[in-house]
Write a protein that binds this ligand. Structure first.
Ligand code: PMP
Length: 273
């Protein structure tokens, strides 16, 4: 694997950033995970738009679009594979210890590795921790993923593959690396961005390409919804077969299967050259 680091492609063992990088010392960074099919990045423009929004939200200097595009193209060309996970990381750079990054030059890293295959429906768990829908980082894809690491570990400890958060108002929010949808009375619903969830690109495409709608939903809808599914870059549309001790028979259900089918068809048409 060769990794693009600040303008150079390096073998993974030599792909280094400084130990004083603000991304490492205080989690001052933003990132994107992009799906790459045979070296072609899916929905790259939307991902770069979100990277720029996240960087602006964190007060990082705006990443140069041409530089990030070039880095992605070079990293993809250097690491050919059928299904890749393109990871863009953009951090505060070498800065003094402490929260102020000063005028440090940002660090840009782009890596490509084989994408994990997520087959079949997912078991999920609820968690006692909440997403803060009014936090300084809400909606930004920053590298401060500790909460997600902890919640995902809890899911794994309970034999599940994803954990779903409520927000501080007790509303349904999102997973540790996914957005969540429910099917209620034939309607396909997902929490609005005001719930504190990430503006997931797969979520956005499902809203654009299907009749799914945004709605404020109680966390408990996970116990009563006819169907539940997750969306995310590396899972596309994935049915949920269990929520805690609730089994959802026949997952993915017919509505989820319909959404997944539309998504797969439209995504194949939209794949950027
Ligand atoms: N929420 C969180 C917290 C995530 O990390 C992700 C994965 N990027 C998502 C939602 C889904 O977003 P996307 O469809 O852009 O992968």
């Amino acid at each position: 694997m060769r990794i693009w680091v600040n303008g150079e492609l390096r073998e993974a063992e030599q792909a280094e950033v400084n130990v004083l990088d603000h991304g490492l010392t205080v989690g001052d960074g933003v990132f994107e995970t992009v799906k790459a099919l045979d070296g072609r990045a899916f929905a790259l423009r939307r991902h770069l738009d979100r990277l720029e929004r996240s960087a602006a939200g964190l007060g990082l200097p705006a990443p140069k679009r041409e530089t990030v595009e070039l880095a992605c193209a070079e990293a993809l060309a250097a690491n050919p594979m059928p299904l890749g996970r393109l990871r863009i990381t953009y951090t505060g750079g070498i800065a003094p210890l402490g929260s102020d990054r000063g005028d440090a030059e940002p660090t840009l890293v782009v890596a490509v590795s084989p994408a994990p295959v997520r087959a079949g429906a997912a078991a999920v768990v609820t968690v006692p921790w909440t997403r803060n829908e009014r936090g300084a980082l809400t909606g930004l894809k920053t590298t401060s993923y500790g909460e997600n690491v902890v919640a995902l570990a809890r899911a794994h400890a309970q034999g599940a593959s994803e954990a779903i958060f409520a927000n501080t108002k007790g509303e349904l929010c999102e997973g540790t690396g996914s957005n969540v949808f429910v099917v209620v009375g034939g309607k396909v619903l997902t929490p609005p961005l005001a719930s504190g969830c990430l503006a997931g690109i797969t979520r956005e495409l499902v809203l654009e390409w299907t009749g799914a709608e945004e709605a404020e939903l109680p966390y408990e809808v996970l116990r009563t919804a006819d169907e539940v599914f997750l969306t995310g870059t590396l899972r596309d549309v994935q049915g949920v077969s269990r929520v805690d001790d609730r089994e959802i028979a026949g997952a993915p259900g017919p509505v989820t299967a319909g959404v997944a089918e539309v998504f797969a068809r439209r995504a194949a048409e939209d794949l950027e050259p």
